[in-house]
Design a protein around this ligand. Structure first.
Ligand code: GLN
Length: 196
């Protein structure tokens, strides 16, 4: 199994180490590596879009030709997981402090998100999460996190906290507003690899 981590900006190496150890734990032979070029999408089974700065990642995706290539990859039902900034990039509609944002997204999921939804005083926080299909609590680490504020019909909620929905799935695509690569717990990555 080959898993690409979009490596334009953000938490790339943390996801790669987590994926490598998860493949190992699952007894699957495979690899996880940095993906920077559109042609690499033809060689992978699943794509992870990491957290970082969504505006920086989207600019570079356009420049590199990855924008259209990722949309075609998703249309072929290939599994994708987007975390934090990755979740913003997958959303159909994005709000910021000033209302609806003009920044274009991949719009692969029928969800609305609000960027930096938890304000300055709570830029980062940790919360135990109960996630569908994952036994027990999962440590949710939120860093300048977005909130999923609205979901369309085909969206399944996998986790939520009182303030917002934090993890969703639509067919082959999963989006989460927290950072599982920093949790010291590979059960979210395992769940993703089970989709392949
Ligand atoms: N605040 C970032 C954004 O709007 C997302 C933060 C993150 O990925 N940790 O893109």
């Amino acid at each position: 199994m080959k898993v690409g981590v979009l490596a334009l900006q953000g938490d790339v190496s943390e996801h790669i180490s987590m994926l490598v150890s998860t493949l190992d734990d699952m007894g699957i032979s495979g690899s996880a590596f940095e993906l920077r070029k559109p042609e690499q999408l033809g060689t992978i089974d699943a794509l992870l879009i990491p957290g970082g700065e969504s505006t920086a990642i989207s600019k570079q995706m356009k420049r590199s030709g990855l924008w259209d290539a990722i949309i075609s990859f998703a249309e072929n039902d290939a599994p994708i997981m987007g975390t934090c900034a990755g979740c913003i990039l997958l959303a159909r509609e994005v709000f910021g402090d000033e209302g609806l944002e003009g920044e274009e997204t991949l719009a692969l999921m029928d969800i609305t998100v609000k960027r930096n939804a938890f304000g300055r005083q709570r830029e980062s926080f940790e919360r135990p999460l109960s996630i569908k299909n994952v036994d027990g609590e999962f440590p949710g680490i939120f860093i300048r996190a977005p909130a999923i504020t609205k979901i369309g019909k085909g969206i399944e909620i996998l986790a939520e906290i009182p303030e917002s929905i934090v993890m969703v799935r639509q067919n082959n695509i999963m989006a989460l507003t927290f950072h599982p690569e920093l949790a010291g717990d590979n059960r979210v990555h395992r769940h993703f690899l089970e989709m392949v």
